[in-house]
Design a protein around this ligand. Structure first.
Ligand SMILES: Cc1cc2nc3c(=O)[nH]c(=O)nc-3n(C[C@H](O)[C@H](O)[C@H](O)COP(=O)(O)OP(=O)(O)OC[C@H]3O[C@@H](n4cnc5c(N)ncnc54)[C@H](O)[C@@H]3O)c2cc1C
Length: 386
């Protein structure tokens, strides 16, 4: 099913499929096995301009909408790859684009568009704050023409693969605030000039995600790298949530399609008890059910993306899409693994790798519990639950 895609959108899908064919299962399997970074893949996408989809043409990007950007990420996952390796290069700059000043945009966006500068790191989460981002403690204190930043972050991805990091830090102590969503600010941190001041400790995780704990020790950020107004950072971050949720939903749809296609193929080819295992409803129906849920989630994803591109309110649709697609992908992952029996655990089938990768989408960048809390409170009008 496709949601009345334009010819240009269909063409983008075909172009991405072509690029992804150059990076088959074996490429991703080897990267995963060695916990490498898919440098060649990310370089190729950058060189072709696909990661600059959301950067306006005046800054050297391709000026596409969220619908097109979501198709790009969907097809990466649909091909067997993992878009989380590069999706941040596409959308982290959104905060700069929406809230940065002209000088900042001219300084950074053209180089982000070409990939000369990588802005793939986004430092929000802290060990003692977790999902409650307004509780972060990393402090940025202004001293003359710079801010001095000290603190600790956890689960910050692709710091070692980035030149720049978008950082959320506290500029007013929590107990001095009336409105607890104020007092946080967003900065562009130059990771290269601050190399000796940021201790990056890679985390050993279930998936190959290049994620780290960070210890910031007198990191220096020039005042001209403050984005927007001091104290408004949390609001600026929230402004990017709908885009992120729509893009993650599309990645989940891509994963879901990969699982369903692999499962249906294997179920049709694998013979046990003298017939294809897919001839048994116990095998066939979970795959068909996962397919139904993926297709339904996809419609909501396009609904959200269309509203976003029309600049209409889309918080409800973006959250619904993220929730439905990530849960449907996880359902499809389980159906696919079960269908493959013991072979589902063999790395050469790629099912176990994709199974691990897609599970993340129910937890990060935002846990589905908090997505449900949004729906409960903001869409259904129930009391705040957190
Ligand atoms: C691989 C990976 C990459 C990541 N990359 C980044 C990154 O680049 N930058 C970054 O800033 N962060 C990143 N994160 C962090 C991620 O955004 C957080 O892990 C996530 O938001 C949840 O925070 P937490 O882990 O502290 O869980 P907690 O906040 O401790 O929550 C634990 C569980 O309790 C649930 N919970 C908590 N409060 C409530 C409530 N009131 N009601 C219902 N349920 C609740 C949560 O939903 C969750 O399921 C990454 C995480 C992972 C695993």
């Amino acid at each position: 099913m496709d949601f009345n895609l334009t010819q240009e959108q269909q063409q983008i899908r075909e172009e991405i499929r072509k690029v992804c064919k150059e990076f088959p299962d074996a490429y991703w399997r080897a990267i995963d096995g060695k916990k490498d970074y898919p440098e060649a893949f990310v370089r190729k996408l950058s060189d072709l301009g696909w990661l600059a989809a959301l950067i306006p043409e005046e800054y050297g990007g391709t000026g596409l909408g969220i619908t097109e950007a979501s198709i790009i990420l969907e097809e990466i996952n649909h091909s067997g790859g993992v878009a989380t390796a590069c999706h941040a290069q596409m959308y982290t700059m959104g905060t700069l684009l929406r809230h940065g000043n002209d000088e900042q945009k001219k300084r950074y966006l053209p180089k982000i568009a070409t990939g000369e500068l990588r802005l793939q790191a986004f430092g929000v989460t802290e060990p003692d704050a977790g999902s409650e981002s307004t509780r972060i403690q990393t402090a940025a204190i202004r001293k003359g023409d710079r801010y001095i930043v000290n603190g600790q972050k956890i689960f910050i991805s692709r710091v070692l693969q980035s030149d720049l990091m978008l950082l959320l830090a506290r500029t007013t102590p929590y107990n001095e605030l009336k409105d607890k969503t104020r007092g946080l600010s967003v900065f562009i941190v130059d990771l290269k000039t601050n190399k000796s001041k940021i201790d990056v400790k890679p985390l050993d995780l279930m998936i190959n995600h290049h994620t780290n704990a960070l210890f910031l020790d007198n990191v220096e950020v020039p005042v001209e790298n403050l984005i927007g107004e001091e104290g408004m950072g949390f609001r600026y971050i929230i402004d990017g949530w709908n885009a992120e949720r729509i893009l993650v939903a599309a990645e989940a749809v891509g994963d879901g399609r990969w699982f369903v296609e692999r499962a249906a193929k294997y179920a049709s080819e694998r013979n046990v008890f003298g017939r294809p295992i897919g001839a048994n409803q116990g095998v066939q129906f979970p795959i068909a059910k996962a397919y139904a849920n993926i297709e339904a989630a996809d419609l909501v994803r396009y609904q959200a993306a269309t509203k976003f591109d029309r600049k209409e309110k889309c918080g409800a649709e973006a959250n619904l899409a993220k929730y439905l697609a990530s849960e449907a992908a996880w359902e499809a992952a389980n159906a696919c693994l079960t269908t493959h029996g013991g072979y589902g655990f063999a790395t050469e089938y790629d099912v176990e790798r994709k199974f691990r990768e897609t599970r993340l989408l129910t937890i990060a960048p935002v846990s589905n519990n908090l997505v449900l809390a949004y729906l409960g409170q903001h869409v259904l009008g129930m009391p705040k639950s957190y």
